[in-house]
Design a protein around this ligand. Structure first.
Ligand code: ADP
Length: 578
């Protein structure tokens, strides 16, 4: 177990992300895109929070309304009771216009109002504004005149039968509190109507409302968190198996055919797991069958090639002998002997190539490495093919600014690649000059073979490295290609951890570039060449640049492909007719 103080890699990454707050928006956006669980939880939380906020606001408003209504009813009943009691006292009295009696009657009414109602904020106004000698003074118990609006007073003055009320804010020591003022008329004998106002605060209702608000908030937030946690657990039980299925499919796709999904229970996920495993079983068995079949085919090709070798050697000796004596034969027999010899030679090349290919397929190819200078090797091959080049009227030039220092390679195989590339260039170069370039950098050595021949059609570019593929099999062949040359060359290059790149344009010719890593050890560890080759495959507009290399007096022109093809067909027809 790791010590508690040592943070794991995941924790370190999380901490780093937390500290680097500028990357939060990006991290969240990528989490949103990549994690089904995160996305679903976020959507669930957002929708739940919205629903809960709407429900809470609705409940708060309903409760507030209800509380206010109840308090209002209570206040109106209280005020009605007190007013009736006060009016009862006034009606029972007979002050007989005596101002002192009226004043004490009014004081009694004030005491009665205070006792009968729960309000201690009481105020009266005489309705008749004219001066009177006998009218008692207004009751003013704590309720300021400014709190009662003119509107309410007008309404109360206008109607002596009903109660009127209005919401107000009452000033207290702790600030303003919401309240209700209830107004009604009192009839004082001998004097006339008085406006009576009683004010009540809604403090208790506000407190209850505050408590309800707090409870709603706490319950709402608690619910959101609870639903978030529940969705996280529920989602985990669904997304974990989906994640496992995704990982397992990725492994299967990467070639790990033995991986299977764990199957638990009998629900839909278990069905998915079983179907997946059945699919994996079927793929594995089919691939195994195909591999067995391909192994049988490889063995067959290898065995046939081996078996053919012995009789072919005998045929070859006989053909050589007959060919040597062709001078003694009549012309048609001599021609037949020549043809026999050429075809036997081709047969032998084909057989050698087939054997090589079957060795690649069997994975039994071993490199015989020795330090070799690619520039010297290229010069060697060019020398050995000089005669063929001359036959085609082709001028082959070597331009080697680098690549002299020896590099570990299998010289026999690299020589074979260069010979093949050069042979193809001579074959398809239309007698135009060929430039062989050798160069190197710190990582790699490279050799390019550039011809200015007909080039390869874009559709065919992909296929030139295919086995037995030839662009135009009917073309006259001088070195008897088998269609296996480039496929073997690519195999050899890759065996060295190198690459064989191709650029070609119809009418402008082709450029094959072989790149080999300087450090073969890196190839052994499975790393391929990633840096660009010292010789880029695309030669750019090198027709002019080649003038210097070739010592020409004029740039190389682009070939008129149609005309060249027509000319070659005419030549073939003329040859066939003779
Ligand atoms: P082959 O033995 O026929 O030369 P390769 O595998 O070497 O087989 O080449 C496959 C085909 O690629 C050739 O038949 C030819 O059509 C085409 N090809 C190869 N090199 C060139 C080139 N330099 N220019 C044009 N076509 C080429």
């Amino acid at each position: 177990m790791a010590p508690a103080s040592a943070p794991t890699a995941a924790t370190r990454v999380a901490l780093h992300t937390l500290r680097d707050w500028r990357s939060w928006p990006d991290s969240l956006a990528s989490l949103w895109r990549r994690s089904l669980r995160f996305r679903t939880i976020l959507i669930t939380l957002a929708l739940t929070a919205l629903a809960i906020v709407v429900a809470c606001i609705w409940m708060a408003l309903a409760i507030q309304n209800d509380l206010f209504q109840a308090r209002k009813d209570q206040v109106l009943a209280d005020s009605q009771r007190a007013t009736e009691a006060a009016q009862g006292i006034l009606d029972a009295a007979a002050p007989q216009g005596d101002s002192a009696r009226l004043q004490s009657l009014m004081n009694l009414v004030g005491t009665e109002l205070t006792q009968q109602s729960t309000s201690d904020l009481i105020r009266t106004f005489r309705i008749d504004r004219s001066t009177s000698q006998i009218a008692p003074q207004d009751i003013t118990t704590g309720l300021g005149e400014d709190i009662i609006s003119d509107e309410l007073r007008d309404t109360v003055r206008a109607d002596d039968t009903r109660q009127w009320w209005q919401s107000v804010s009452l000033p207290t020591e702790d600030g303003d509190v919401p309240g209700i003022v209830v107004g009604q008329q009192l009839n004082v004998p001998d004097v006339g109507g008085y406006e009576l106002y009683l004010a009540y605060d809604l403090d208790s209702a506000s407190q209850t409302l505050g408590f309800v608000h707090t409870t709603l908030w706490v319950v709402g937030i608690g619910l959101v968190l609870l639903i978030g946690a529940i969705s996280w657990f529920v989602l985990r039980s669904v997304t974990t198996p989906i994640g496992e299925a995704a990982d397992t499919s990725a492994k299967l796709a990467a070639g790990e055919l033995g991986v299977r999904l764990p199957v638990r229970g009998e629900d839909e996920l278990a069905t998915l797991g079983r179907s997946f495993n059945a699919m994996a079983d079927s793929i594995e068995s089919q691939i195994k069958e195909l591999a067995d079949l391909s192994l049988v085919q490889q063995r067959f090709v290898s065995d046939v090639s081996h078996e053919l070798r012995t009789p072919l050697t005998t045929i070859r000796l006989a053909a050589d002998m007959i060919n040597d004596q062709r001078a003694d034969f009549d012309p048609s027999t001599a021609r037949a002997a020549e043809l026999l010899n050429a075809q036997v030679q081709r047969f032998e090349t084909l057989l050698t190539d087939l054997l090589e290919i079957s060795r690649y397929d069997a994975g039994s190819v071993q490199l015989e490495l020795e330090p070799t200078s690619l520039a010297h090797l290229a010069a060697d091959v060019i020398g050995s093919m000089q005669q063929l080049a001359e036959q085609h009227g082709t001028d082959v030039r070597l331009v080697a600014p680098g690549g002299y220092s020896p590099v570990e390679m299998d010289p026999r195989r690299i020589r074979r690649i260069v010979r093949n590339l050069l042979g193809n260039a001579i074959e398809h170069g239309e007698g135009r000059p060929i430039v062989v370039t050798v160069d190197s950098d710190q990582q790699a050595v490279a050799l390019g073979v550039r011809d200015y021949g007909l080039g390869i059609k874009p559709d065919d570019l992909e296929r030139v490295f295919d086995r037995f593929w030839r662009a135009d099999p009917s073309r006259t062949r001088t070195i008897g290609g088998t269609g296996l040359g480039l496929s073997i060359a690519l195999g050899d290059a890759r065996l060295h951890g190198g690459e064989l790149a191709l650029w070609s344009e119809v009418g402008r010719g082709s450029h094959f570039v072989l790149t080999l890593p300087r450090d073969l050890a890196s190839e052994r560890t499975g790393t391929r060449l990633t840096a660009p080759s010292p010789i880029p495959a695309d030669p750019g507009d090198d027709a002019v640049a080649a003038i210097d290399a070739l010592g020409l007096t004029q740039p190389i022109e682009v070939i008129d492909v149609a005309a060249a093809r027509a000319a070659s067909r005419d030549a073939e027809r003329a040859g066939g007719g003779s």
